[in-house]
Structures are given as C-alpha cells and as structure tokens.
Ligand binder design. Structure first.
Ligand code: NDP
Length: 445
C-alpha cells in the first residue's frame, strides 16, 4: 500500500478520531518520499505497524469525593511503540481526554523520543478526571485508584509514565506511592519525581528551557538572538512558566500569557516577580489569568481572546493542541512574526502550518521543540539506574546538547533546495528513520 492508501484505510478503521488522524497525516505526508525511496520499509509494512499502537488499556476508575459521593472516571494507557526503548510518555488529566487525543500524543511521542537520542519508546496515558477545584485528599484518592489498574502494565524497563497537563509533582507523588506499595519495590518507574525521592534537577523547567534552547538555535540560523525580541506565549501552566523564565533570562520580552478566560497583555514584559506571582496563582488551583491585571495594573486583560493578534517577533504556543489556527497564523504573519516555535503538542492546526510555510516563516513543531521534557525524563531514568544525582549544571548542559542535536537533525532532513528549513519535515524524517530502522533490525514482532 502507498501512503495515501494507508491513510484512507486508517480513516475508515478509526472514524472520528480526528486528533490521532491529524497527527498521523502530518507525519506520513512528511516521510512519503523517504518511504517510497526505501522499498524495504513497504515490504516490512513498517508504516502499517507504526500507526497502530502495540496495545491500548482502558479501565474504570472509581473513587470517593469529599462529600462521600462515588465518582467514576475512565483511564487509558496507550503503549504505542517500543522499538528503541521502554514505552515512555506522560499522563494527562483533563476533562477533554479521550482515546483520539491520547493516541495522537502517543504517536507523536514515538518520534519525539527518537529525536532525543535517548533509548525511549512512545506511550501516553490519562483520564477524563478534572483535577481543577479538587482537594489534595480527592486528588490522592483518584491517583491511587488510577494506579490500582495501571501498576500491572508499567515498570522501569517496560513502561515509564510521567506528567502532562493536569499531572504535576503532586499527582506523580501519589501515583508513585501507590505503585511502590503494590509492586513492593522502589524503582524509577515514574519520571518527574520529587527531588528527594529520585527526581532530577531541572525536570520541572525542562520542557520550557529546552523549547527556548531550540528556538535560540532557530534564531542562530539567521544570526539573530532573543535580546530585545517581543515574545507571545499562551497558557500559564508548567511549560509556559519554564519558557517565560528562560526567554526573560536570554533578554527576550514576554508580553502575553493566557487561560481559558482570555489573555493578558503586559507591554512592559514579564519579570521574575511577575513569573513568581503567576506560579503562586497557578498553585492556588486557579485556572484563570484575569487576576494578573489587578496585581499589575499596567497590564490589560482581553476576555475570551487568544494572544495571537498581538504584534511580536516570536510566537510560542504553550497550552494545548490546535490552539493556533489558520486565521491566527495569518494575523501573526500580517503583524510581522519571524519565528513560531510550537511548545505545546500539535499546538498549530494544519492550515496554520501551511500559512507559516507559504510565508517562509520559520516554524518548528512540538515534537522537536518540547522534546526537552522527555529528554530530562530520560536523564532521570539514567540517574535512577546509576543511583546517582547529577548537579543542575550537568543536567542543564546535557539538555542543551540534546536540543542542539535535535535542531541539527531538523536542518539535515528539513532544508529545502532554496535554503528554507521545513522543521516539520526535518523532525518527522529524522524520528521516522531511527524508529523504522530499529523495527527493521528486530524483525516482524
Ligand atoms: P499545564 O496543565 O501545566 O498547563 C496547561 C495550560 O494550557 C493551562 O493554562 C491550561 O488551562 C491550558 N489548557 C489545557 N487544556 C486546555 C484545553 N483543552 N483548552 C484550552 N486550554 C487548555 O500543562 P503543561 O504546561 O504541562 O502542558 C502544556 C502543553 O505542553 C501540552 O500540550 C503538553 O502536552 C505539552 N508538553 C508538556 C510537557 C511537560 O513536561 N509538562 C512535555 C512536553 C509537552 P486550564 O488549566 O485552565 O485548562
């Protein structure tokens, strides 16, 4: 079958799984030529085997809330591909979670993990549980109930979960505590652990720092840098925080953050105090950004809007999938954006990417830009295996090296004849070749 036939087949088999089909479509489109030039991939049915997860677990989670009422949620774990290492990928806790979203995230994770140069396969998991507004005790009871099912299928050499939207240090702690109790061993089966029980320095900052290092490499290709650049960010979660810290440190001016209630525009830019305030706001279980303008009245709040109409040099979506569409992309281009660096997973819709490519704006996809998070998770696994803790400088320097090497791989496979770098193509081809060759070496399994 050729790539188009494989895609048509998949659409028939999985109707309605739109995020998953969107992610597969983007990858297959980029690798079509490489696939056609290497007939051994077709005869081993590499794509047909890659696009379907190795296995999917779905389970019911029952727990009791603070009012004594029984609550029921659905949990999933997608073990997508382990050709280059144990399954590895985060756990998303958000009411929007469904199989299509987790399959898209697991599929993307295969290539992202391959790009890091570390031995990790692709996986993803999660639940439609909404952590917003829940007490610590409710979060603990949910996480423990989630683990009562998940523990059977994970392990330090089989499948290593981590955080994602809605799953931070607190949730990892509760899940890991229950895993240990059931498994009766203390192994590095989760990453994103607390520092005094096996976690790695820099892990909380890694996705944002890594994304900023990658963007710095993009700027370097144009003999440019962050100094004095206006940067728009979306979200105000873990990733936005790390990006805001590093961009500010490198001399850029972050002028927007956003939440489900709208976006805040701060012409003066975020500074350390404002970033600390945001962290405190977020830690208080607050999901809205509007209180920012009461604390810092020089800023302005735009209810119900996205930050992409703000004039900037660099835009970095940091919240969730499909948060920047074609119309938003056109506004950014009209306002003179030079670089778009997607830090969220599949943050831009296909028509947005088309607008950037058509206008020769340098655009880098999430699987390359945000790979720093899982890269430091890989480093956490190495430290756990060696029973060592590396100092901050060592982890940060390894993260920096990994992001530079991902950028180099994108340049190698994504440079067009006219010199323009198509980072989507570069990242997809580099990730695909590594995984496909590993699958070829290991026979039909
Ligand atoms: P957080 O939960 O810390 O923050 C997510 C932010 O996005 C919040 O502001 C949240 O608002 C908003 N958001 C989440 N879901 C939706 C939605 N469906 N619609 C609108 N807004 C939404 O998550 P992270 O910062 O960890 O993750 C952000 C992105 O980065 C995601 O795409 C994630 O997959 C990706 N990523 C994260 C990594 C990590 O290490 N954490 C690693 C690699 C990628 P609200 O809470 O109010 O919904």
């Amino acid at each position: 079958m050729n790539v188009k036939e494989i895609l048509n087949n998949l659409e028939t088999k999985h109707p309605g799984e739109k995020e998953y089909l969107q992610a597969v479509h983007e990858v297959l489109e980029s690798i079509e030529n490489i696939y056609n030039e290497n007939p051994q991939y077709a005869s081993a049915k590499i794509i047909e085997r890659l696009v379907e997860p190795d296995r999917v677990f779905t389970f019911r989670i029952s727990w009791v809330d603070d009012n004594g009422e029984v609550q029921v949620n659905l949990g999933h774990r997608i073990q997508f591909n382990n050709a280059i290492g144990p399954y590895k990928g985060g756990i998303r806790l958000h009411p929007s979670v469904n199989l299509s979203i987790l399959k898209f995230l697991g599929f993307e994770q295969i290539f992202k993990n391959a790009l890091t140069t570390l031995p990790m396969g692709g996986a993803k998991g999660g639940s439609d549980f909404n952590p917003k507004g829940k007490s610590d005790a409710e979060i603990m009871r949910f996480c423990q109930a989630f683990m009562l099912e998940l523990w059977r299928v994970i392990g330090p050499n089989t499948d290593v979960p981590a955080g994602d939207i809605g799953t931070g240090g607190r949730e990892i702690g509760f899940m890991y505590g229950m895993y240990k109790k059931l498994q009766q061993e203390n192994t590095g089966v989760f990453t994103g652990k607390g520092l005094n029980w096996g976690g790695s320095l820099i892990r909380p900052e890694a996705t944002g720092f890594g994304g900023t290092y990658f963007t710095k490499e993009m700027l370097d290709t144009q003999n440019d840098n962050f100094k004095g650049k206006t940067v728009t960010l979306s979200g105000f979660g873990n990733v936005t925080w790390g990006v805001a810290l590093k961009v500010t440190e490198l001399g850029g001016k972050v002028v927007t953050i956003s939440g489900p209630d709208g976006y805040v525009y701060d012409e003066k830019g975020l500074d350390a105090d404002k970033i600390d305030y945001l962290l405190a706001l977020r830690a208080s279980n607050n999901d809205i950004v509007s209180p920012y303008v009461q604390e810092f009245p020089e800023a302005k709040f735009y209810p119900g809007e996205k930050p992409w109409s703000v004039k900037c040099d660099i835009a970095m979506p940091c919240a969730t999938q499909n948060e920047l569409n074609g119309e938003d992309a056109q506004k950014l281009v009209d306002n003179g954006v030079k670089y778009v660096s997607e830090v969220s997973n599949m943050g831009c819709t296909p028509d947005a990417i088309e607008v950037f490519h058509k206008n020769k704006i340098l655009f880098a996809p999430g699987k390359a830009v945000n790979a720093g998070g899982v890269a430091v998770s890989g480093l956490e696994m190495s430290q756990n295996a060696m029973k060592l803790n590396w100092p901050m400088e060592e982890v940060d320097s390894k993260l920096h090296q990994i992001m530079t090497s991902i950028h180099t791989a994108c340049i190698k496979y994504g440079t067009e004849p006219d010199g323009y770098v198509n980072y989507v193509k570069g990242a997809n081809i580099a990730g695909f070749i590594k995984v496909a060759d590993a699958m070829m070496d290991q026979g039909v399994v």
